[in-house]
Unconditional design. Structure first.
Ligand SMILES: *Cc1c(COP(=O)(O)O)cnc(C)c1O
Length: 437
């Protein structure tokens, strides 16, 4: 009987307006202003209202049943109506539709933080006694999630350095397959982070794709998930290079104003549907206010990231030849070699987050940081303002010395995220701070 019901009216989500005009495919920057929202469904309000409600009224009992069939997975493709704010909401759905545009993803989900997105991904796709293969290093909390929390459920991991060659990646996958067979589990996921923090080492996603396709039968291929927080969605589109799932800390460039915490997961429905079901159970969806703020942020994403990228090139060009600088880890200055080859195949920009090595040690790095006047001394990245920090003494303080040395996290390393200020002002600030060293 439910099949004969007309669709719920009025449509809360308008059919996407055509993304082509006069033969042109509209660019994501254009679509960020209106895609997926019809003002006429909300009193003409040009911007979407913030829907502060915990639950949604059904038009009748049969519609309620139909919506729950979508929520529980009895009917494929997710709910076609709004049900309860732990599952979905208008602000979050508009945000998911717009976020998917950048990566040309089939489906997208938003979360209360980057880490809740990552945790929900693992809970959805990793089972007891499975093996995770990952590039190293990972964001510290992600490493803890894999090595300490999933380990409680018998999950083990195999890792390879971010800059591993295609042959090394294939070898680690083969070893993981053997380990999984011995444990009675599967290789559940190939999890990547590129560029790695704070080394900026790039992972060859195309080589990972090839290794999975050659090493695993079609029905046992694990998904390739990649944390694209540092370069996405403007400068890197890993779904185009063979990744199955893309993850974001939307707290960084996507939010872009250092005023919210959120996460995103994007990819084909096949991989996203189980993650949505897990999110429905544990409630890791972002709240409507944060979703609204992110919609505003996405309108300026390309402007902000482009300006930050241009600023970073100018600042790095100044810093590279400064007598008090020992080196600089910026993707725009890669020497010829495997890393530059990956950069040219995978990236359309060098980003605005880089590593600066001050001549000296911790004392010199601290003097530089304390002397900065425009750049703020804080962790995080991707905001409108320039930030600087010392990973060895801050974000990576708890990493054992031996591992720090292997990753090149030295005491004189300063991590910088360039914002959208005037580039000459930033150069003047870095120049006077270096004078104080
Ligand atoms: C910040 C960050 C995260 C975690 O995101 P939160 O929004 O802080 O939970 C994950 N990965 C990378 C690369 C990050 O920079």
């Amino acid at each position: 009987m439910t099949d004969t019901l007309p669709p719920a009216t009025p449509r809360r989500k308008p059919k996407p307006a055509s993304t082509r005009i006069a033969g042109r495919n509209l660019s994501p920057a254009t679509q960020m202003m209106g895609f997926g929202y019809d003002p006429m469904l909300s009193e003409g309000s040009l911007k979407p209202p913030i829907f502060l409600t915990s639950t949604f009224a059904f038009e009748n009992a049969a519609a309620g049943k139909r919506h729950f069939e979508g929520i529980t997975g009895k009917r494929p493709g997710g709910a076609d109506g709004l049900v309860y704010s732990r599952f979905n909401g208008p602000n979050q759905e508009i945000l998911e539709d717009r976020l998917a545009i950048w990566d040309e993803a089939e489906d997208a989900l938003v979360f209360s933080s980057g880490m809740s997105a990552i945790a929900t991904l693992f809970l959805a796709h990793v089972g007891q006694n499975d093996v995770i293969v990952h590039s190293a290093p990972l964001y510290a909390a992600t490493e803890t999630m894999v090595a300490k929390i999933l380990a409680r459920y018998g999950v083990e991991y195999c890792d390879f350095p971010a800059e591993a060659s295609p042959a090394e990646i294939a070898d680690v996958l083969a070893a993981a397959k053997a380990l999984a067979a011995k444990k009675g589990g599967r290789v559940a996921m190939l999890y990547l982070e590129s560029p790695a923090n704070p080394t900026n080492a790039l992972v060859d996603v195309e080589a990972c794709r090839a290794a999975i396709d050659v090493g695993f039968a079609i029905d046992e291929r694990p998904p390739i998930a990649i944390d694209n927080t540092f370069l996405g969605p403007l400068w890197s589109r890993p779904l185009h290079h063979g990744a199955d799932i893309v993850l974001y800390s939307l707290t960084k460039y996507a939010g872009g104003h250092s005023d919210l915490v959120a996460g995103g997961v994007l990819g084909a429905k096949r991989w996203i549907d189980p993650i949505r079901s897990m999110r429905n159970i544990i409630g890791t969806i972002c709240d409507p206010n944060t979703a609204w703020m992110l919609l505003r942020s996405l309108e300026t994403l390309e402007l902000r990231m482009s300006r930050a990228g241009e600023n970073a090139l100018r600042v790095c060009t100044f810093l590279r030849d400064h007598p008090k600088v020992a080196g600089i880890g910026y993707l725009g200055f890669l020497p010829d070699g495997a890393q530059k080859d990956i950069f040219e195949r995978h990236c359309t920009g060098a980003g605005s987050t880089f590593s600066l090595f001050i001549k000296g040690g911790e004392a010199e790095a601290f003097r530089f940081l304390d002397a900065l006047k425009i750049a703020k001394l804080a962790v995080s990245l991707g905001g409108t303002e320039t930030l600087a920090s010392a990973p060895a003494a801050m974000t990576h303080l708890s990493v054992p010395d031996e591992r720090k040395a292997r990753l090149g996290i030295t005491d004189n390393l300063v991590r910088i995220s360039i914002g959208i200020e005037d580039a000459d002002d930033l150069i003047a600030d870095f120049a006077q701070a270096l004078d104080m060293v």
